[in-house]
Design a protein around this ligand. Structure first.
Ligand code: NAP
Length: 119
């Protein structure tokens, strides 16, 4: 898949799989919105990755998720791909997962204003 100039949101971009994915996408020319709670880590990473944007967000907080989507749209004008990776290991409480899933609704393409969708 050619990701050059695609606008990609990567949640959980501050470590692990999300961090590796964000780096790979940026290397292949994507414009990557870096999402996680760790503001400093994201800002440091954003300086390393060309055309990336740090958007510190707690994905369990719907207000913050909506603001994140708005910030990404304001900065890039559209969203092409969502890598919905943020999460926690099995030892964390299931409640955390449930809340996060609920709050992810605002990032679903069908909830974005049509004018921002491509095609
Ligand atoms: N690694 C595995 O073997 C494995 C297996 C099955 C599934 N998974 C799933 O794959 C995903 C990534 O795993 P990983 O191993 O890369 O985990 P990781 O290294 O612990 O990274 C998790 C990422 O999610 C972010 N995050 C956690 N809670 C968040 C929240 N409330 N809001 C925003 N960001 C949040 C963390 O950033 P902050 O702390 O900065 O917010 C971090 O960037 C997770 O969803 C995990 O459940 C992993």
């Amino acid at each position: 898949m050619n990701v050059k100039d695609k606008v990609v949101i990567v949640t959980g971009a501050s470590s692990g799989i999300g961090l590796a994915t964000a780096k790979l996408l940026a290397k292949h020319g994507a414009k990557v919105a870096l999402v996680a709670r760790s503001k400093e880590k994201l800002e440091k990473l954003s300086k390393e990755l060309l055309h990336s944007l740090a958007v510190p967000t707690d994905m369990t907080d719907e207000k913050q998720v909506r603001k994140m989507v708005k910030d990404v749209l304001n900065n890039y004008g559209r969203i092409d791909i969502l890598i919905n990776n943020a999460g926690v290991g099995y030892d964390e409480r299931l409640k955390h997962h449930a809340k996060m899933t609920t709050c992810l609704r605002p990032t679903r393409p069908d909830m974005l204003p049509r004018k921002f969708l491509r095609g």
